[in-house]
Design a binder for this molecule. Structure first.
Ligand code: TRP
Ligand code: ZN
Length: 888
């Protein structure tokens, strides 16, 4: 909690190296939920790179019991405790500090530091949680070797885990036992972890490619051992993949994953002891959907890959967060794509990434929290674990690969590890490795790290039939963002192909280009404000396919005609642009329909959808040569959020009505085809989460959702039967969601679902989430759901399932004209802030785009923001978000 009135802003330019380096840390824990004693011995020496002789330690919400320097107890006059920093001035060149502190894990509801979840002890130290455990120079450029002694009651906490290797364990008498762990690798404090718990594990010995054997464990609560197979399989796949793709081997003899029900984020890459939100570990067909399975694979991979990109090479300071996160997201994306293995499967994962960027990152980059991939300042670092740092950061890494090729990228990675293994470095060091390994000048590329905002690339074309030249003129601009009025041109790779009238790719000859002869996709490098690219020997006016594979995180403007889009939608060999053409066709119509609905006071009477569009949808739906997963993506209309981003003044109700009209019309027009595809894409037999089966289920369930927009008796029956007969959670929950959204009586089914899964917390989260996101659920209904005995604000998954799914995924109700949902938002930002500032600040972000609504709504949103901002006791987390939202 904030103690002084104005929170401090921390600037990247103020970085100074630490005055003291730490060689070893010896920690002793006497674990007790109410009163845990932490003994800490730090062996430090002066850093030759610093002139300061002051030892600076951080500590928060802990009680200092004793402090000794080189064996001598320090009197309160010999150190300075100021807020959360403890300073020892003019310390000797070599210092051994012994620090004893107290904390109360059971009181810790923030889930940062040492806390209790369902009676077990866990830690979460990233970014600055270690200081809530003991006094320490809690910054990522201080790397040290850790030895950890854990002591706890044996009956209550039979399992004692920490980083690295178990070197000793035994009894202490009086019912307590101990375990001693040693981590052979030096690490920053944010990677420290311990677990003391009643847990069981699935374990396996696994042989690395080098022949070395390692022990893999997945730890869960008793009763969940039937849900650990997929996480274990994903871990083994991750280990193998990193060996094959990047030549990176697991460096420990033991690797553990532990699942915990109370967790602020997805998972944490603590060295050798990854701690996971249960959501990203536990799965079996009965309780988990295809999306859950894919999430587990991605997050297990992500945390495992951090072992090299994050742990062995870490960040100099938190401004460099994307150094590890952007790179590791890119690695987990590539892992997931490689696990599918097919080109079309790869494309499907890529389309999903584009959707995430448009749904979440572009809005962030255009809003009050806009920041560069490498921010220049922050108030609370926890607010910068964002889609910009993660997903845009991954796009930036992907662009290196697009520019230097897959082999060149590998060379860059090899050089990066050769230079920086064991170091804490900057984003610039990664860029330098890529440049040097490939002999490329990537200086201008630095702007992707320093400039915020989504660049807009505008394309024009001209064809000279006589000279057979086709020119693509690309220009770029980037809107101003907080603190950055003018932007310099970015280095943008724009992958391009040209389609003939018959829909075939033309072989390309780019003037001055260095591409292979006969290539059908070339990467144009746009580095100036405007550039002309000339293709020669072009026999007919082609249809350009620009930004293939979404080769840069930009907005592409090009005046496509409907005919060109239809041509691309049916022929583009690049699946991402093929999908994109469909999205453009849909978006144009959705915006027109939305305007018509708004002009008609919210009514959809008299709206029309053209046969051309419906026929294009029909063609994709029924094209059995296409991957079902691709067809599903091609048929999903742009979300209400993405539509809203295209409008100057957002009218959430009109968007909803227009989109529903479009869905209803498609559902009616394609009824027989939808039904046929529903039946053709069944997946009988034992459930498997593989991409082909998941794709079939996705397409089948999309068909069902279309049929259920305005269902007749037969369609209702279909949904009910699917619900009752489903052999897996994907089909069961899809059927239930379709019933809830149809407005038909879903009560008995919701009740049955609840009763079936009462003891599966993650499924009850789904139960809340699907109701919260239904356009039929208003704020009063959400408040009523909050009265349900299973609801609690203390568990982040549960709070997110109901509150965030309402404020974030149900725009037509969240923006109800009377502003009642905004008051609800303010009330729960405040309530959550008293429990868990990180979670509260994420909810607070829900009001980021308030200035884009009609004046009447704006006024109500502003009032809600001011209500929160005006609270006397607010965390820095929430204060930063609402202050920035209200700033001009
Ligand atoms: N570094 C973690 C990851 O990307 C995420 C993380 C950051 C986190 N801060 C956290 C997890 C706080 C839990 C709590 O995988
Ligand atoms: Zn990460």
């Amino acid at each position: 909690m904030r103690t002084d009135s104005s929170p401090q802003t921390i600037f990247r330019k103020d970085y100074t190296p630490p005055a003291y380096l730490v060689d070893t840390v010896e920690l002793g824990f006497d674990l007790d939920p109410d009163r845990t004693v932490v003994a800490n011995r730090i062996t430090m020496r002066q850093n030759p790179a610093s002139k300061s002789r002051d030892i600076v330690l951080h500590g928060e919400e802990i009680e200092l019991v004793a402090l000794r320097l080189n064996g001598k107890t320090l009197a309160p006059t010999e150190y300075h405790l100021n807020g959360s920093t403890l300073t020892i001035r003019k310390a000797p060149a070599k210092a051994v500090l012994e620090i004893e502190t107290l904390c109360a894990p059971v009181q810790n509801t923030s889930l940062s530091g040492l806390y209790v979840s369902n009676g077990n002890f866990f830690t979460q130290c990233e970014a600055e949680g270690f200081r809530r455990i003991t006094y320490f120079p809690d910054r990522p450029d201080v790397m040290a070797k850790y030895t950890v002694m854990l002591r706890a009651d044996k009956a209550a906490y039979p399992v004692l885990l920490s980083n690295g290797n178990l070197i000793e364990e035994g009894e202490l008498g009086d019912g307590r036992h101990y375990a001693k762990w040693e981590d052979p690798f030096k690490k920053p404090s944010y990677l420290f972890a311990l677990v003391a718990a009643r847990l069981v594990c699935q374990e396996e010995r696994y042989t690395l490619q080098s022949g070395r054997e390692v022990l893999l464990q997945v730890w869960v609560e008793e009763g969940n051992l039937d849900k650990t197979d997929y996480a274990m399989q994903s871990l083994k796949n991750s280990i193998r993949w990193d060996e094959e793709r990047f030549g990176l081997e697991l460096d420990l003899d033991r690797f553990m994953i532990v699942a915990v029900g109370d967790f602020n984020m997805g998972a944490m890459e603590n060295k050798g002891l990854n701690i996971f939100n249960t959501k990203f570990v536990l799965a079996n067909p009965r309780v988990a959907t295809d999306i859950d399975y894919a999430g587990i694979e991605a997050v297990v991979g992500h945390e495992y890959f951090h072992n090299w990109t994050g742990n062995r090479v870490t960040c100099r300071d938190w401004f460099q967060l994307s150094l590890k996160e952007g790179l590791t997201v890119f690695r987990d994306q590539e892992f997931s794509a490689d696990m599918i293995g097919t080109d079309s499967g790869r494309a499907v994962t890529r389309i999903d990434q584009v959707r995430t960027l448009r749904q979440a990152q572009f809005p962030e980059d255009a809003g009050p929290m806009s920041h560069p991939v490498r921010p220049d300042s922050f108030v609370e670092i926890n607010n910068f674990y964002t889609v910009t740092v993660y997903e845009k950061g991954a796009e930036v890494v992907r662009m290196y690969q697009t520019l230097v090729g897959r082999d060149g990228f590998r060379k860059g990675m090899d050089l990066y590890f050769k230079r920086h293994d064991g170091q804490a470095v900057e984003c610039d060091d990664f860029r330098a490795a890529m440049a040097d390994a490939n002999g490329r000048d990537l200086r201008q590329f630095e702007r992707w790290y320093s400039q915020a905002g989504t660049p807009i690339v505008t394309a024009r074309t001209r064809y000279d039939a006589v000279k057979r030249n086709f020119d693509i003129i690309l220009s770029q601009r980037c809107p101003a963002s907080a603190g950055q009025a003018d932007k310099l041109p970015f280095h943008i790779p724009v992958a391009v192909g040209l389609l003939s009238a018959s829909g075939k790719d033309l072989p390309l000859t780019l003037e001055g280009g260095k591409h292979a002869k006969g290539a059908t996709t070339v990467v144009l490098e746009l580095t100036e404000q405007e550039q002309i690219f000339r293709f020669r020997h072009v026999d007919e006016r082609p249809t350009p396919s620009i930004l293939r594979d979404f080769s840069a995180p930009v907005i592409l403007e090009y005046d496509y005609t409907d005919d060109e889009l239809l041509h691309l939608f049916s022929h583009d060999s690049d699946p991402v642009n093929r999908w994109e053409a469909g999205q453009r066709l849909a978006m144009e119509r959705l915006l027109k329909l939305t305007a018509q609905v708004a002009a008609a006071g919210g009514s959809d009477a008299g709206l029309k959808l053209d046969a051309t569009f419906i026929n294009a949808q029909r063609a994709v739906l029924t094209d059995d040569t296409l991957d079902p997963a691709f067809r599903e993506l091609a048929l999903i209309l742009p979300s209400e959020i993405i539509i809203a981003e295209q409008m100057d003044v957002v009218d959430p109700q009109a968007i909803h009505v227009a989109r529903q009209f479009m869905r209803r019309t498609i559902g009616a027009a394609l009824k027989s085809e939808l039904l046929a595809q529903y039946h053709a894409n069944q997946t009988p037999g034992a459930y498997s989460p593989d991409a082909l089966s998941a794709g079939k289920r996705a397409l089948k369930n999309l068909c069902l959702s279309y049929l259920m927009v305005a269902p007749d008796m037969a369609e209702l029956k279909l949904a009910q039967q699917q619900f009752e007969k489903a052999g897996n959670m994907t089909d069961r929950s899809a059927a239930l969601v379709s019933m809830i959204h149809s407005g038909a009586e879903a009560g008995p089914y919701l009740k049955a679902f609840y009763q079936d899964f009462e003891h599966e917390a993650l499924v009850i989260d789904k139960w809340f989430a699907m109701q919260a996101a239904a356009p039929t659920t208003n704020v009063a209904a959400v408040r009523k759901l909050m009265q349900h005995p299973a609801f609690t604000l203390k568990n982040p998954n549960r709070a997110r399932s109901l509150i965030f799914n309402f404020t974030g995924a149900n725009p037509s109700q969240f923006h109800a004209a009377d502003g009642s949902a905004y008051e609800f938002w303010a009330e729960f930002v405040i309530k959550l802030d008293a429990i868990n500032p990180q979670v509260a600040a994420r909810l607070a972000r829900g009001m980021d785009r308030w200035r884009r609504y009609a004046p009447a709504l704006q006024a109500k949103m502003k009032k809600a923001l001011e209500k929160v901002a005006g609270r006397a006791k607010l965390s820095n987390d929430v204060l930063e978000v609402v202050t920035k939202a209200l700033a001009n």
